[in-house]
Write a protein that binds this ligand. Sequence first.
Ligand code: ADP
Ligand code: ADP
Ligand code: ZN
Length: 213
Amino acid sequence: MKIIMLGAPGAGKGTQAKMISEKYGLPHVSTGDIFRANIKNGTELGKEAKKYMDQGQLVPDELTVKILLDRVAQPDCKNGYVLDGFPRTIPQAEVLDKALTELGDKVDFAINVDVPDENIINRMSGRRACVTCGATYHVVYAPTKVEGVCDKCGSNLILRDDDKPETVKARLEVYHKQTQPLIEYYDKKGVLKEVDGTVDMHEVFNSIVSILS
Ligand code: ADP
Ligand code: ADP
Ligand code: ZN
């Protein structure tokens, strides 16, 4: 099963992708996580990506597409995956479709987690991330047992630089301009599914499970 998560920054794509990944045993592939791991390790890719991420802009398609195609060619992705944060532009979607078509394959579901802009700033300013294991929390909606400490690995949590309100505004603009057109793109392909992302995260997940089952 090949699933794509669509939605604004902070809509809950990562949260839902992780739950899908656990329930269905599919790898969770997040281009944002791959970029952040590269930044943390000081790689050339990380240095290049950071320039764009800090501004709330998209990393160029050429670079992004290459790392994504490399990732989904790994053996663990053979039976499917959940893509979180990719594609984010029409050209990225076209490259993915072409690669899948060459393998006689296709995207099964594109799930749009719908959350209006008004809710997003609140979500992002409360998001806390673990740079060691990638776990995500929220100070109100998904708190850790001990404040500021990852439940899964014990590392300290951070507020991502790009989750500060100034950058979130830029990211929302980028989303509406470059990413939102993908909703229509996948609708035309007949694989689009919409879920209300404003309700409790377990309720959102229940809606997704009924779509996938
Ligand atoms: P969010 O959790 O807000 O959806 P991500 O972790 O997916 O954010 O992405 C963080 C940043 O990484 C983006 O703002 C962008 O700069 C970069 N990025 C991630 N995925 C892509 C992509 N598919 N294309 C271009 N840039 C990307
Ligand atoms: P995205 O990957 O789309 O950027 P995340 O999954 O990281 O979004 O979620 C953004 C923030 O909102 C996180 O702090 C997360 O814990 C929280 N969150 C996710 N889903 C919900 C929900 N349904 N209700 C309230 N908060 C949520
Ligand atoms: Zn952790």
